[in-house]
Design a protein around this ligand. Structure first.
Ligand code: HAM
Length: 426
């Protein structure tokens, strides 16, 4: 038997109804904040991710699905391509490629699959979905302002509340600007020197290539050592400190609660200044329901103009898991099961279905070879609210037997009144 590949999964009804309704709420909220949708390709050139997310990150070093193109054109041959592990890099690439700075401040959102070769477990998959948003534009359009950081965080609080997610908490940090990070990395390198031989091999490598990434280490024995390392908060310069302070003040004024966590450095290299995660208790080990932060300098590092930006991505699979904790999913039921009775009745049933569906009635169709009993069984299995019988006599009379499956009442209804009757209004 061929099964879905490890770490991927089928999303089945009725769960898909929950995904759709969550996405509809998300789109409404994005609309209220004037975000517009962007759809970037599922695969991009590998270089895009190594230059933005960073060579030393777990994502780029271990988790990407990369292959060499066997393209027909000479220029395509041998090009290294990667299934996107995240969407910020693609959005910034599109920003540069389409000169989106000409629009001023861009507020873009996306909903779609991402791919990382991680060890699968509850809430962690190899194909997973993200709902994300980015604000990016020239500094002159206000993209650098702490007001944007606070707007993003307040949007997230509103979104989670609107979705009915209870018990989330926001962890907030500032990872400073490039200059602060250079000084911090130097300090980390020094602090790590005497202790690193006692740490895992990944940390030994990170200590040399990118010491900040030591904070991504999950090895329990390394944690007491990591606890003793200097913190980024001690290295912020005055403008970064003020920016962070301003973000916190707006959050307090709009009533969004947060906790400061100066160990939070995030697992991607492009972050500057504000970095954050929202966690949710019901998710177990994979408790980060979303993460994000500011990435001033990312556009320049990809060959674009100066374009400070900030954004986030919600793990949609985890969001749905959290929603399932609080609500039971019910499969929406069809309004009517149309039961053609006897030869030639499929045609009539199809016409009726077309008429009813055009009036937004959810209709299921049977088959003229079914006996009436079999049609009723099929209708019950689907939990249809009504059964509509379409036999030769009904067609001739222009009125059809309609049985309400909940009350058991059966009446004859003229064709013109069917939709209203099924909808429950006379
Ligand atoms: P990230 O923290 O790598 O950030 O991912 C964001 C969220 O995606 C995580 O908090 C988690 O909920 C979900 N996620 C990540 N990996 C998996 C997985 N294997 N299975 C299920 N869910 C997962 C980013 O991707 C950044 N691009 C966010 C961002 C946007 N920063 C600025 N703009």
């Amino acid at each position: 038997m061929i099964k879905a590949v490890r770490g991927t999964r089928d999303l089945l009804p009725p769960e898909t109804a929950l995904w759709n309704s969550a996405e509809a709420t998300v789109r409404d909220v994005f609309r209220a904040y004037n975000f517009h949708e962007i759809r970037t390709p599922i695969f991009e050139s590998t270089e895009l991710f190594s230059r933005s997310v960073g060579e030393e990150t777990d994502i780029v070093a271990k988790e990407m699905y990369t292959w060499e193109d066997r393209g027909r054109a000479q220029s395509e041959k041998g090009q290294s391509l990667t299934l996107r592990p995240e969407n910020t890099a693609g959005v910034v690439r599109a920003y540069i490629e389409h000169k989106l700075w000409e629009w001023g401040l861009n507020k873009l959102y996306y909903i779609g699959p991402q791919f990382r070769r991680e060890r699968p477990q509850k809430g962690r998959y190899r194909q997973f979905f993200q709902i994300g948003a980015e604000i990016i534009g020239p500094a002159s359009a206000g993209s650098e302002s702490p007001a944007r950081d606070a707007e993003i965080l307040e949007l997230l609080a509103t979104l989670l509340d609107r979705l009915g997610i209870k018990g989330w908490s926001l962890q907030l940090n500032s990872v400073g600007c490039a200059k602060d990070r250079a000084a911090y990395n130097e300090a980390l390198r020094k602090a790590l020197e005497p202790v690193v031989p006692r740490m895992c091999v990944d940390c030994q490598r990170r200590a040399v290539t990118n010491p900040l990434r030591v904070f991504d280490c999950k090895v329990p024995e390394d944690q007491p050592i990591i606890e003793t390392l200097p913190r980024i908060s001690q290295f912020l310069d005055e403008p970064c400190r003020e920016h962070f302070q301003a973000v916190q003040e707006i959050l307090k004024s709009v009533g969004v609660d947060f906790q400061l966590d100066d160990r939070l450095v995030r697992g991607l290299d492009y972050y500057t200044r504000t970095a954050f995660e929202f966690t949710h208790g019901a998710l177990g080990a994979q408790n980060a329901i979303l993460g994000g932060g500011r990435y001033d300098g990312l556009s320049e590092s990809l060959g674009g103009p100066q374009a400070p930006g900030i954004g986030f991505a919600i793990g949609e699979d985890r969001l749905i898991l959290a929603l399932q904790e609080s609500a039971e999913t019910v499969q929406p039921k069809p309004d009517v099961f149309i039961a053609p009775l006897g030869a030639g009745m499929d045609r009539e049933a199809a016409r009726l279905a077309r008429e009813l569906r055009a009036q937004n009635i959810v209709a299921e169709l049977g088959d003229e070879t079914f006996r009436l009993k079999k049609s009723f069984e099929a209708a019950s299995r689907l939990k249809a609210r009504h059964v509509l019988i379409v036999g030769e006599n009904e067609v001739k009379a222009g009125a059809f037997a309609l049985k309400n499956q909940e009350t058991g009442e059966q009446i004859s209804v003229p064709r013109a009144n069917l939709a209203e009757r099924i909808r429950g209004k006379q």
